[in-house]
Design a protein around this ligand. Structure first.
Ligand SMILES: [Zn+2]
Length: 109
């Protein structure tokens, strides 16, 4: 089982770099995916147990972008779908023992 995410992850034709360099914003977001820069930024305050679900959430945003779901829903609807799928996937994959309860980015201890 993985314990660390790699420094970059391919999603369809795009390769996203994972960075750990933002703090939660005023809306409480702890991560963001910037498609045009191919960057997933995760707050330094996001602990390993939250990162396990947050990483899936941000990767689902990238999948949404590159696998034909852009325009399928407004932003609020897309956020709700991505959030539900990330939480559900994390639970199912963790119960199956194929996704960690705690996760770290490359190079983190
Ligand atoms: Zn989101």
């Amino acid at each position: 089982m993985i314990t660390h995410l790699p420094a970059s992850i391919r999603v369809g034709p795009a390769r996203y770099t994972l960075e750990r360099n933002i703090e939660p914003d005023s809306a409480g977001r702890i991560a963001e995916t910037i498609h045009y820069q191919r960057i997933i930024r995760i707050s330094t305050g996001c602990p390993p147990n939250v990162l396990a679900t947050t990483a899936l959430h941000e990767l689902l945003h990238a999948i949404w972008e590159h696998y034909g779901l852009t325009g399928f829903s407004d932003a609020a609807g897309a956020e709700r779908v991505v959030d539900a799928l990330a939480s559900g996937l994390a639970q199912v994959l963790q119960d199956l023992g194929v996704w960690p309860e705690e996760l770290r980015l490359a190079g983190e201890t």
